[in-house]
Design a protein around this ligand. Structure first.
Ligand SMILES: Cc1ncc(COP(=O)(O)O)c(C=O)c1O
Length: 374
């Protein structure tokens, strides 16, 4: 947020800022989805809906999840939320009691830490190895489990690292958790953006529905960040508790956006493939370009649309932080990135490549020069 505000300030002064900060697709929402929303307005679908979302949309979510991942969710195991973030918020607030421990691999998406803390829970961070592409394993998680562990959060593909868990390792983590009655929250926000493997949901394993909690989002998959539609898939009792909270906090997600979401889920899916092909091209370019900067390391992202290079070489005497690097980069080279501190590491920055090749070329050239000339 701080970097975005500073970038905005510089832009207002006429500085030509290249922005790699935004975590959202640069593609417009597909036309068929926009038209469904326009139809909804014209047909006056503009009133309250069921607080947990329309039955039509819940059915569409369950059907799409079944078609993509062979799961068997019913509408009473589904809640429509105001973006995927809201699903994660409701899940954590509904399930965590003060003192409950939640295992979170590092680097992590910023929100996990804050929503766990807000619920009075305690974050237990598990470091991952950059050389292994930041992937977490059951063996790495096991020593951190205690009788107070209530939940493990997995985000594959990961924001910020792009790390992807293979199905076997994900299953080992699931078995480790389910043996001990620990909830496994799987954040599937980027699940369709995979470069080397097929989309997969841990919720498809037989029996997994009892302890697996799915947080899903239409934001990235269908380039719908501003529409604010996400969902939770969980045991009916958990959905009931989330609904209680939601009915007093927000009531239903916007009625018109729900109609658009039905079209997104039931309509043609080719826009997802088109975006993925474009992200792959950009990923290859960004990784190669970062690795061409002397001393910079970059694990290859296997999914999502972020690169998480190690810029330790540019931290003076090893004392400066990624935050300071980020501020200087913006100040002196007019490139906005997100410092690793936001994600739990201090020698990395996150570069979003959900932007045009032209911007990527310009921005990476500036980063190269900035690091070499320091
Ligand atoms: C890992 C991850 N999970 C969930 C979300 C939530 O997205 P939204 O609330 O826009 O659906 C985001 C958004 O950036 C994310 O990066």
């Amino acid at each position: 947020m701080r970097v975005a505000a500073e970038a905005e300030r510089l832009r207002a002064q006429g500085v030509d800022v290249v922005d790699f900060g935004a975590g959202e697709p640069d593609f417009p929402t597909p036309d068929n989805i926009k038209r469904a929303a326009i139809r909804a307005v014209e047909q006056n679908f503009t009133k309250y809906t069921n607080a947990g979302g329309t039955l039509e949309l819940k059915q569409a979510v369950c059907e799409r999840h079944a078609q993509d991942f062979s799961t068997h969710y019913q509408p009473n195991e589904c809640l429509i939320t105001v973006g995927g973030k809201h699903a994660i918020f409701n899940l954590t607030q509904a399930l965590l009691d003060p003192g409950d421990e939640v295992v979170i691999p590092v680097p992590y998406w910023v929100t996990y830490k804050d929503v766990v803390n807000y619920a009075g829970g305690k974050c237990v961070f598990v470091g991952t190895d950059e050389e292994q592409g930041f992937t977490v394993t059951a063996r790495m998680i096991e020593p951190f489990l205690t009788p107070r562990t209530k939940m493990v959060i997995i985000n594959s593909p990961s924001n910020p690292s792009g790390a992807v868990l293979d199905a076997e390792e994900f299953e080992r983590i699931y078995r480790l958790c389910s043996r001990q009655g620990i909830f496994l929250l799987t954040d599937e926000c980027y699940c369709h953006f995979l470069y080397d493997s097929r989309p997969f949901s841990i919720a498809s394993l037989p029996g997994a529905k009892e302890t697996v909690l799915v947080a899903g989002s239409l934001s990235k998959t269908y380039a719908m960040t501003g529409w604010r539609i996400g969902f939770g898939l969980a045991p009916a009792a958990v959905i009931g508790a989330m609904l209680k909270l939601q009915s007093h906090a927000t009531s239903n997600p916007t009625s018109v956006a729900q109609k658009a979401a039905v079209e997104a889920l039931r309509g043609p899916q080719d826009s997802v493939e088109t975006m993925l092909a474009e992200y792959r091209k950009r990923r290859d370019f960004v990784v190669a370009r970062l690795r061409a900067i002397p001393g910079v390391h970059c694990a290859e992202p296997k999914g999502a649309f972020y690169a998480y290079p190690n810029i330790g070489v540019a931290l003076k005497n090893g004392t400066a932080s990624a935050m300071q690097f980020t501020e200087n980069l913006l100040d002196k080279a007019a490139v906005a990135v997100v410092p690793g501190e936001a994600f739990g590491t201090d020698r990395h920055v996150r570069i979003s490549y959900a932007t045009s090749m032209h911007e990527l070329e310009r921005g990476l050239e500036r980063i190269h020069r900035f690091i070499v000339e320091q």
